[in-house]
Design a protein around this ligand. Sequence first.
Ligand code: PEP
Ligand code: MG
Length: 325
Amino acid sequence: EREQLARLRHMPSVTRDGQAVELLANIEQPEDAAVAVRAGAVGVGLFRTEFLFMGRGGRLPDEEAQYRAYRAAVEGMQGLPLTIRTVDVGADKPLERGARDGTLNPALGLRAIRWSLAEPEMFRTQLRAILRAAAHGKVRMLFPMLAHLTEIRQAIAQVAQARAELDARGACHGPVQLGAMIEIPAAALMVRQFLAHFDFLSIGTNDLIQYALAIDRADEAVAELYDPLHPAVLRMVADVIAEGARAGKPVSVCGEMAGDPSLTRLLLGLGLRSFSMHPTQLQAVKREILQADAGLLVDWARQVLAADEPAACLALAPDGSAAAA
Ligand code: PEP
Ligand code: MG
């Protein structure tokens, strides 16, 4: 079985009925880029840059250090696209920065884009480093935890200002597409506004589930209730995928749902054509895709979406191994 999975690695991921599906990797360190390419990913859908910021006793990496890290990742991609997410510290990924201690509710506090916008100098340092790295390959920039239109406007304005700062000092920089994470229910419900401002979207189901169901994603005491198949979660995921298709803009899922082979058919049936996951999951998800008939899955996915207990419908997927269970 292991060998069979390995052979799948560089086979294009296309469904039985000829639908091409993009399989991307989630990475946390620059050197993981090459690992992702070797694992058969056609790009990185999520580079979690916060790991460059964490565990440094509060000292933040400067522009040069970040530029070197992002450039190393870009070069590891060998021409394939790299999606760099701006820093997402706070909540389950604390910076250990003294000044931020004592936050009342970290998951609802100054995390991710909120922290970046609260510290614009620090934010633009990261943006400049990313823009400079973009001169060396295909780079896309992704913002975490956006919920407000004002945040969207500010984030985009900061990119323009960072670019102007690089121009002012004659530094090289490259083009980047801008994308937003959809990981707060409010963002999913106003996806049209997001699509109007961004080139692409990426659904962060880990946080979307947490915030939709009011379940701390890291709290074992309520882990039973953390349900990716909750009808409310599925409806938001389905809507974002559908609206993206209508707008003709790419939508990916980069939360854990994308790497769970038991959910591959459902996401395909909902119209998803881009999955980003831990590199170790790529083969198993690809195997599901190769066996799936995307056309047949559409009606079934609609039924799952309308069901009171979507989990019970999973085993009824038309064709293939998922139905065996
Ligand atoms: C998510 O929330 O689904 C996501 C991909 O981001 P992270 O897990 O880093 O919060
Ligand atoms: Mg998240």
